[in-house]
Design a protein around this ligand. Sequence first.
Ligand SMILES: Nc1ncnc2c1ncn2[C@@H]1O[C@H](COP(=O)(O)OP(=O)(O)OP(=O)(O)O)[C@@H](O)[C@H]1O
Length: 293
Amino acid sequence: MSTEASQGREPLLEVTDLVVEYPAKGIGRKPFRALKGVSVDVMPGECVGLVGESGSGKTTLGRAVLGLAPVTDGSVRFKGREIGQLNRRERRSLSDSIQVVFQDPYTSLNPSLTIEQTLTEPLRVKNIPAAEASARVRTLLDQVGLPANAAQRLPREFSGGQRQRIAIARALALEPELIVCDEPVSALDLSTQARVLELFKDIQEATGVAYLFVSHDLAVVRHLSHRVAVMYHGEIVEYGDGDKVTSDPEHPYTQRLLMAAPVADPVRQAQRRADRARMIEAQREADLQAGAA
Ligand SMILES: Nc1ncnc2c1ncn2[C@@H]1O[C@H](COP(=O)(O)OP(=O)(O)OP(=O)(O)O)[C@@H](O)[C@H]1O
């Protein structure tokens, strides 16, 4: 099913029968199959919500889209190209086209860089002249609802919601076509969540960027997803129109999710996600450096 705006167009992202296995921990043990044949697609300018409980495989799917998961079988195609078969130059260009926003705005920003430095870093790698980069920073700050004087300040001077706006601005710096949003509002209080979700929506309307929006919270994905995929134990059990899936689900698991309480141990969950976000960021930076070399 496609959104009205995207009818007749090719998918931006096409994941087909994807299997991801993590290596066995210990001799004689089997690899752990985190994704068991997952198919999902995202059209240009669309938001596809990926919802499911902790451990269902959402982050693994997001990592596979970024080319960072051990794909055992199936395919991940971006604009028709198999991600695993890209050469170094193509991978670098993919890093520009697919960006990521993580859950924790406290750990995803470098505390020693000013906001201007944070936002110009990806532009510097692309050899964009300093004056042009500065102008771009002003535009990005405006786009995410922050004042121009935020540029000279450090992340610690901002609230969680403001930091997430900065992380979104950084993701937008290279004008990506797709942003993988990995629980981007889960660390925020409810009213801040609502404002940041509105921002995601406004940005999508203004720029036409597509989102793969990962969340454990059905209420969050409902807010901006055109389509919703529900994950359970490494499989997609329900996939379709966002309103339908989030208000009148067919699968018993989605029905339970609709009634479910939030995560049992949010502190542990946040810690695990922060660790993984750091790992993903380090891998992407290593990729970028390797590409720039
Ligand atoms: N690097 C890894 N090595 C081994 N197993 C892993 C690895 N990363 C994730 N897993 C396992 O794969 C399964 C899916 O994990 P994943 O993080 O994708 O789920 P999730 O739905 O995003 O959960 P959460 O919301 O808690 O992050 C889990 O059982 C997890 O323990």
